[in-house]
Write a protein that binds this ligand. Sequence first.
Ligand code: EPU
Length: 418
Amino acid sequence: MDKFRIIGGRPLEGRVQVSGAKNSALPCMAAALLTAETITLHNAPYVRDIITMRRLLEDLGSTVLVPELRTLKISAHKIELFEAPYDLVKTMRASVLALGPLLARFGQARVSMPGGCAIGQRPIDLHLHGFEKLGARVSLEGGDVVARAERLRGAEVYFDKVTVTGTENLMMAAALAEGMTTLFNAAREPEIVDLADLLNKMGGRIEGAGKSTITIEGVRELGGAEHTIIADRIETGTFIAAAAITGGHLDIVNCSPQHLAAVIDKFRETGVRIDQPNAFSLRVHKADHIGSADVTTLPHPGFPTDMQAQYMALMTMAEGTSIITETIFENRFMHASELLRMGARIRTSGRQAVIDGTGHLMGAKLLASDLRASASLVLAGLAAKGETVIDRVYHIDRGYEKIEEKLRAVGAKIERFR
Ligand code: EPU
């Protein structure tokens, strides 16, 4: 198993490039199942989850060509299987994104029911309820969700809770349904807008993506399209945190600052100076002093849960006390106990963490528990005195493209070893 060794205490300096958004590329890849024609995706990040999704599409019978690094040409003209098996769903929950497209195009889909994971229970009841509203029959057979329908019919779907992949699954299913679908209380994440853009290029008729009410006029068939995946806003935010926590100065390029207004705002509140030289880059200046600021995670456009762990790492180095309230997932403070081992002062209770910033961390041996928790440990390692060794970095490889190479190029002392 790979590990990272980090010697902390070096300010990062230079220019770092952001990759495509994993959480946008995954639904866009699943959307290729909606058509027999080829979908070409550019700027797909080279990360483990994308390789897993590629394997799922290939197992179903699609061909996936990679004419150049980060471009995927997906052709689902010959689908032979309509199921995502347990071994794939357990490694990547986003496999459930195959449900909507398979059901809409082939009238059947079987996906192993995802279990709880490191950050919470994460049920998919809202996806299933939505499919039922569109006329599907949904049942649980031997631990698998089985959905069947002749042709889906447009309907009004009210989400009890904002769900990102739920909104994506329903948008894809409704794109081929008969008639009009309206999604109320839909997720408004930039990844939803990116998927809607792709679906519309394929001949879909979707309006309102990015707002909480989305309307989808179903069409009989969707066709091929070419699309460039948006920049990863969470990777961007992680680099802002990396500059801030090391007292460094970074130019972050190929990003979309408009997608992380709440994150930029929060970092500024703590004293980090961030400029936006143009629409695609950010400049983080050396901060003389990091103050504390409370934060509550919320669905977009609020502060994203996927930045909570990284922000906590920064708060351990800040002056003063901060309170982090996690409202999206019920168990997303796994990084806190690892940060404690580095000398941080954190108390967690339910959905709240109280952090007394001490201004220093000590290197330690750490265990990564999930993707964003791993990122926070890397940040803490970069700021800590001495050596930090992080085990189970396969978690970080799921969603960050070559993070150690990107960090090394801007002055970090970080290496991967077995
Ligand atoms: N929920 C339900 N029922 C459902 C669906 C969701 O109760 O049917 C609950 C969840 O348990 C959670 C909340 O609703 O408490 C929000 O979950 P959501 O469905 O929005 O999460 P997701 O779609 O499974 C995506 C991202 C996550 C990100 C969340 C929240 C992808 C592939 N994953 O997950 O990304 O944290 O939205 O923004 O898009 C990550 O990249 O590290 C990651 C975990």
